[in-house]
Write a protein that binds this ligand. Structure first.
Ligand SMILES: NC(=O)c1ccc[n+]([C@@H]2O[C@H](COP(=O)([O-])OP(=O)(O)OC[C@H]3O[C@@H](n4cnc5c(N)ncnc54)[C@H](O)[C@@H]3O)[C@@H](O)[C@H]2O)c1
Length: 359
């Protein structure tokens, strides 16, 4: 690692998101992808095609040399063992979201990171999006007053061939753990800690074992209420992924639509447009509301996340999303699944966010 440049980043897992990280690394000036770990012939061929060293296992890569940083982009159940190996080797690692598939696995990663003082970052990339950073600033400056009510729409259509992989039709492979987790992370980041969760889910449209739709109610520390409508089987544009422009593979929207409304006591905000609504004079529904749109400098959240990884590896920044944050977001997301299954409200203790009881 020369000053400023992180010259030796190891990518573990050459699948969909791993290749996106590789593309961003190869286009940026502040770090260099030096090796790829993936056991498959496809992974090997792809590493050869981009001219990067290939290793069938993480142990082989670590025997070859110690990277400055690593990105772990493998299936969720492998996060725990691979993350622990990387942490024990002292390597600052970005673990893709969810941090792990179970709370036990997530806790093991948090504990190892704390015990060794080796920082772990978790790939909740939306926190790095300049739209979210701006929303966070506006809320922090008190422009909305007290957050009262939030409504989030996450409605989109996954193509039929997406479900060719068996795991995507089974428990854990559905939109709660894959997509809703991003919304839950933003709720925690922007509006406050989640103290209770009530949810319903349905598989009535596709008929797979896994849910295709869910309705979620959250109570936040401080009293705000959040409603989230989620579905991956609707012909609909109301989705952060479709509207935010974060990922090139989705078409540009025919017309922009709002995916989150954050209503506060003195103002409200619509995302992703960053439209801020407020009264000029009295807080009174007979008065006209004014709309102000806040500008921001566009940047890929994946590049910003990579920049944070490199700065953490150089010791100049802390993780924007650390292992404990990843654990708390996973805990709240799993509570959605538990509530939908049991029909009960799940209470999360505000200090540790440990699920305590159904009520
Ligand atoms: N942040 C995001 O926007 C985002 C988007 C998609 C996926 N993800 C997360 O990224 C992770 C990977 O998802 P994906 O869609 O890229 O999956 P994928 O199935 O496309 O790719 C996973 C890759 O990991 C490889 N792999 C499996 N076991 C391995 C091991 N022991 N060592 C090295 N490589 C191994 C596989 O061969 C495959 O190439 C998951 O945790 C997922 O939740 C995050």
């Amino acid at each position: 690692m020369t000053s400023g440049h992180v010259s030796n980043v190891l990518l573990v897992g050459a699948g969909a998101i791993g290749r996106l990280h590789a593309r961003e690394m190869r286009a940026c000036t502040f770090c260099t992808l030096s090796g790829v770990v993936d056991p498959t012939p496809e992974g090997h061929a792809w590493a050869d095609s981009i001219g990067v060293a290939w290793f069938p296992t993480l142990a082989d890569a670590l025997a070859w040399g110690r990277p400055d940083a690593a990105i772990l982009a493998t299936p969720n159940p492998t996060h725990r063992p691979l993350a622990l190996d990387l942490i024990e080797s002292g390597i600052v690692t970005l673990v893709e979201k969810p941090i792990a598939s179970t709370l036990d696995d997530a806790q093991a990663i948090v504990d190892a990171s704390q015990a060794t003082a080796v920082p772990v970052l978790v790939g909740h990339h939306r926190r790095h999006n300049p739209i979210i950073r701006t929303a966070h600033d506006l809320i922090g400056q008190g422009r909305l007053g007290r957050i009262v009510s939030v409504a989030v729409l996450a409605m989109f259509r996954k193509p039929d061939d997406y479900f060719a992989a068996t795991w995507r039709r089974e428990a854990g492979g559905g939109p709660i753990l894959i997509n809703l987790i991003h919304e839950i992370d933003l709720v925690r980041h922007l509006y406050g800690e989640i103290v209770s969760v009530h949810a319903m889910s349905s598989n009535a449209t596709r008929g797979f074992a896994v849910e295709d739709t869910a309705s979620v109610l959250l109570r936040l520390d401080g009293g705000a209420l959040v409603t989230i409508a989620l579905s991956d089987c609707t012909a609909a544009p109301w989705s952060w992924d479709l509207q935010s422009g974060e990922i090139d593979s989705y078409p540009s929207p025919a017309a922009p639509v709002t995916t989150s409304v954050i209503a506060g006591s003195i103002g409200s905000l619509a995302l992703p447009a960053l439209d801020l609504w407020h009264y000029q004079k009295r807080q009174d529904w007979y008065e006209p509301l004014t709309r102000e749109t806040t500008g921001y400098r566009k940047e890929s959240p994946y590049v910003a996340q990579l920049r944070n990884l490199c700065a953490v590896a150089r010791g100049t920044e802390r993780p924007v999303v650390d292992a404990r944050e990843g654990l708390l977001t996973l805990r709240a997301t799993l509570a959605v699944t538990d509530s939908a299954r049991s029909g009960t409200t799940i209470t999360l203790s505000s200090s540790s966010n440990t699920p305590c009881e159904g009520s």
